[in-house]
Structures are given as structure tokens and as C-alpha cells.
Design a protein around this ligand. Sequence first.
Ligand code: MIG
Length: 775
Amino acid sequence: MIKARAMLGAVREYRFLGSELWVDCGDPHMRVTFLKPELVRVRIVPGGDFEEEHSWDVPLADEAFHAVEVNLQQTQHALFLNSAAFTVRIDKDTALLEMLTTDGKSFFTDASSPVWEEDRYWFTKRIENGEKYYGFGERGGRMEKQGQTMKNWATDPSEPHTAFVDPMYMAIPVYLVMSQNFAYGVYVNSTWESTFDLSKSGQLRFESLGDELDVYIAYGPQPLDVLEHLSELLGRMPMPPKWALGYHQSRWSYGNEQEVRKLVSTFREKEIPCDVIHLDIDYMDNYKVFTWDDERFPTPQRMLEDLKRKNFRVVTIIDPGVKVDPNYAVYREGMERAYFVRDARGKICSGYVWPDESVFPDFSRSEVRDWWGDWQHGLIEQGVCGIWNDMNEPTVFEKPFSLGGGRGGTLPLKAEQGAAEEVTTHAELHNLYGSQMAQASYTGMRKSKPNERAFHLTRSGFAGIQRWSASWMGDNGSCWEHLEMSMGQLINMGISGVPFVGADIGGFFGNATPELFARWIQIGSLYPFSRGHSCTGTIAQEPWQFGEEVENIAREYLSLRYRLMPYLYSVFWKASQRGYPIWRSLFLHYPEDKQTAHIDDQVLIGRYLMAAPILKPGQTARQVYLPEGTWYDWWDGYRYEGGRYILAEAPIQRMPLYVRAGAVIPMGPAMQYVDEKPLEPLSLHLFPGDKADFTLYEDDGVSLDYERGKFATTRYQLRGDDRMAEVEIFEREGNYEIPVRSLHVILRDGRHYQQKQFVDSGNARIVQFQRMIGL
Ligand code: MIG
């Protein structure tokens, strides 16, 4: 029997301070604080010694929220803390917690008392009938997570990604629950190693190292409302530079300047749209960060300028490991200033990564982050446009790679990190290492170019990583299972607060077949972050490497991405404003439709567009679920009644794609790179049916002026009935100047297209069409 150090007892005393309730329940003390009517924070700690704030805290401080009115009621058995949105009930005999909706449904209810035992604590929550569990950050396996045990510990998994791979690179203790007729979400504020255990039916168990149980619960009732509240707490993605929404091409590695120049000219010759080239580790001199190999890349600045002139941006990889080499300035400086992580006895922690023996900056200290940003400045000055952080779990090996590397691990858990006044162990900050490195890098770029948006990509990160970075799902493989896995993975990342995500198109390890690549680029062209990448030693996987047919497919789907840019960019804006995912599971928009609960082989891109990619070899048709309502086939306009499965034809050239009846999708001309041409014409594709409301967002795409209000929004409202369809175009708002342009309003009424043309000078107008339904 485990002897508990502490458990909850009866409520002995309580104090109510307006929006916060303090409860003494035996040894542990509890604080329940409403930050918004829909967001509550519950902290419980033995002895009642609540933690001070840390500089590295992820959630927004309580003081940043406006105080909310809550009222306290009590009965003989319980205390009830009521906000306008929901109630927290504390049982007087046991101090167990129950959350209640206004119509009395329970959620996030203790199954038993939390327990504190030695260096850890755990809590258990009842899983109510019919609940479904999503999110939990970056995982393998299916979208809905009951039955799984999921560890939060940033790791480079040594085994291939399967349904069982766990943990992975990111640690994001955030989840969303769909209950009977409402949704709620949870963020557990622990950076320590922790585990969500859903293996026992009817119960969620969370166990973490550390002492203070600190958990935030957001109530919907709609799932998107939950994501909005959680993202207010954990932060949202800033608008990325628009070019970062273009296609990215990477491989390990484009080895020299000629190869890169050839690569970019091939994209343009073949008219395959592309904006960004990634340089993997071999551009560096002996893998020393912030250097160039001067044989492979003798004139980086000139190369970067030329590429920029051709409208290609370059992103370079930067790993955290700094090569131990007294002749290397980054190492020397970091040593002199004591910026590298040390163990408790003051010895620098070194280990083996690409540069051989390396040391690791302590990114939890602000002066170290600034220093790193300053080193990065050189690359930015030379013309590098974005930074890609890899190995930042951090992953550290036992032996030199020339001797096989030995076991992959991380820094010693007892190593010390943090500023002098808040020194703690690596064990506590490990999960933040990737986020803090991304923060250093992102902030550094912002400092280097004060009025430019920064693009950063990271492999590791913690909750809130979206404030600094896009992320990709690490080392997948060129196999159908991984194409399929990317769907649920990216959907769950969005639910966990990280909207700008992608997986390596074509697969990293191994070699894609033409068919696999074709199917992958079809859906990959609609990934929020769309990048092809491939491991060293594999076949070339650029879009033209698989023959003409596949090349044409890549061109067609990437061109579609670029034509959809006005729509996509507006969906990104929603993500930055509200924290809504870009890639959305069907249940986020159809929470009442229980069929959608497990569908992770289809995805909504924004509100209106639904992709149903082919994820199996040899398939030329698939089952597609159409939620309630009417749907149009994107390609041929065929109209379907939803609330049922259909069989979709999908010859190799075709990825099934649908639009909700009741959609406004703004599109632009095809382009070779983002903003190659003005939005001329702006095409407004209308799909009549239900009412639709869409706001087009426009700004200069590169500067931070939008933060000071320099942007334009245009609201469109579609309505009508079986006989007519009408779109109301509201007057353009905001103070970003848009030249007069032509506007094509296109009614896509099933197979019938009707088009009307106007001059668009931002004025309001109503455009009407007679429908030809049934003709
Ligand atoms: O030890 O930089 O996930 O994208 O190409 C492998 C080389 C290190 C792992 C990354 C991958 C990258 C590779 N890196």
C-alpha cells in the first residue's frame, strides 16, 4: 500500500474574496479563482503554501483578467461557487470537486481525492457517459484518445512513429472534452514530467511530479468557445508573414549553393508554386551554429539576395547544441558569461549531437535568450528570412555520432536552470526548453527587423508554443500509415492551441512512391504549414521527381492553395484573433452530429471547405461522411444532402473536396509565390444554401503595421432561398489601402455557374442571382 503524504479532508474553513474562494480542507489548501465566467483556476497544495509566480510561467497571470462576479451559496453538504456560465461544487465532507452546467450536468468531477505522495501528486476525474477526449498535444494514434496513456515529456522518439509512440517532441497538457451537449477544456499547469492516463474506463487520471496541483477549466458550451478561452489563457499565434503560408521545400540537405540555385529555378521553370527553401544542417561549418561552410556556401549573402530577387525566402536550421571548441566564438562567449546549463556542482553539462561534443544554452534566462538572438542577427542581416529549431527537446546523445551516438536522452534532470533568484532543476524546465529556445529565436528576429513579422519553426515546445512558432511533427516516414496519422495529429495540435502545423509531405524516412507522393501533396497542399522534406540518403522527393503525372498533380494542388490564399489568410487571422484552429475536426462545427466524433480522415479547413483525402494505396474511391446540411462537390458542383455517407470517386488526380452549402470563399489568381500579383480579380465564390457569414482579412502581409490597425476587413453575408441567392457585401473597414480592383462574384449553384463583374472600391453592395436549382 502506498502511504499518502496528503489527501483532501473535510472542509474546515473557507474565505470568500469576491472572485476567489480559499478552502482549508485538512492539510491541503485549495484556491478556486474565476478568471472569466467561463474559465476557472483551481489550485490545491498540501500545507497551503502556494507557489510564487515564475518568469517562465506560461498562462496569463490572474491579474491580467478582469475580476468576475461570482456568488457563493451553501447548503448543509456543499459550497457552490457560481459564475454566469457554470458552477464549482465543493463537497463539505470530502472537499471533492464537481463542475456543474447551469442545467445541472456534471463535468470534470473528482472520482476520488487527489493524492500527494513523495515527489508527485495525482488526481482522478470521472469520465461521464458519452464524453470524448481530444487534444493532448502531439501524439500518434487516432484523434479520440480514450484508452491511451500519454506522457508529457518532450522527447525525440527513438522508435518509428506508430499508434503507440509516446511521448513525442512536444509536451502540451491541454485537452478538450465533448460531453453530451456541451464542451469543456482543461489545461494542467505542470511543466514537470506528467501523464494523462485514459486506460481505465470511466476515469481520467493525471499524475505529475511536483507539489502544486494547478488546473484551469474552460467551459464552452461550444467547442470553439472553449478553444477561444484557452487561447486567451495560453496565448495565440501572431500573424505570420504571408509568404510563410506558401509552399516550403526542404531536404536534409540541399548541400551547396549550386544545388539551391538549381532547385529554385526548377520550381519557376516548372511553374510549381513555392516561396521558401529550408537549409538543413549541412550549410554550417562543422555543424557550428551561426556559421556557413564556406566551400558549400561561399557567398551566402549574395545567394540570399539573388533568391530574394526571385521571390524565394530561405529558412536555416539552428540546433541548441553549441560545439565545444575554444576557437569558436559562440562557445567562448557562452563560457565566459556562464550561459550554458550546469549541474548542481557547477560542472557544465556536455553531450553529443551533430557538432560532436556540445554544450547547451540555458534558454530559461532572459539574458541568454537575448544573447542567442544577437548571434542570430548575423544570419538575418545576411538575408535569412526564418529560423528552424530542431533537436530542442533537447535531444542529447551519450557518445559521438562517429561511434554511433549511443542512447539518445536529454540533459541531466538535476542540472540547474533559471535566473539566480529562481534556480530550479532541468526536470522542472525540460518541457519548456523548446519553447524558450523558440522564444529566443522569435524575439531575436523581431529585434533584428523591428517592423517585420518573424517566421519560426520548431520541433519541440510546450503549451503556448504558438506565441513564437509554427511546428512540424518531426520524423515521420514515407508510408501510408504516416500520411493517415498526420490528419488526427494536426487536428489535435489545433485543438491544443497550435494552429500553424504540418507534417513532412512525402514522409521523412524512406522513399515515397509516386502514388504516395501524389496523395500526400494533395492533402499536404492544404496543411496549415505546407512543407516537403526528406531524410539524407533517401530518394529526391521534390514535386517533379515522380514523373509527369505526379508533377501535374502537385502543380494543380499547390496552385489551388495559392488561389485559396485570400480564404486561407483570413482563416489564419481568425486563429490569431480567436485561437480557432485552421485545420478543424468536423465535430468542432457539428458538435451535435455524433457521427463526427471519430472522423479523423476528413478535415475542415476553416468553416467551409472539407477535404477527404485518399490515404490508402490503390484506392480510387472512398467513403466520405457529409455532416447535416447540404454539400457541394468542389470539382463538379454535384449537390449532396448530408447527414450520411457517400462514396466519392477519387482517381489519382482527384482528392475529394467539398464545400458546405452556405459558404463564401474568396479566391485570387494562381501565383508562383505569395503576392506575386495583386488580388486582380478578387473572386467571391458563393455556394448557396444556408446562411453564411465570412470576413475577408487583408493587410500588407509582412510588416507589423496590422498590430496598429493597418488592415482591412470586408464582411460578406450570403442568404437566400431556393429561388434566389443574395450576397451582401458590407463596406470595407479599416485603414489599409487597397487599390481599386475588379470583383467577380460567382454563384456556384451546383453545376450552374453564374458570374457578375464589378469594380471593387470597397463600397457596400448587394448582388442577387436567380437560382436555377432543379434545372
Ligand atoms: O538527427 O537536421 O527532425 O527534420 O532533417 C536528425 C537533420 C536531426 C531531425 C529533424 C529532421 C532533420 C534532421 N534532424
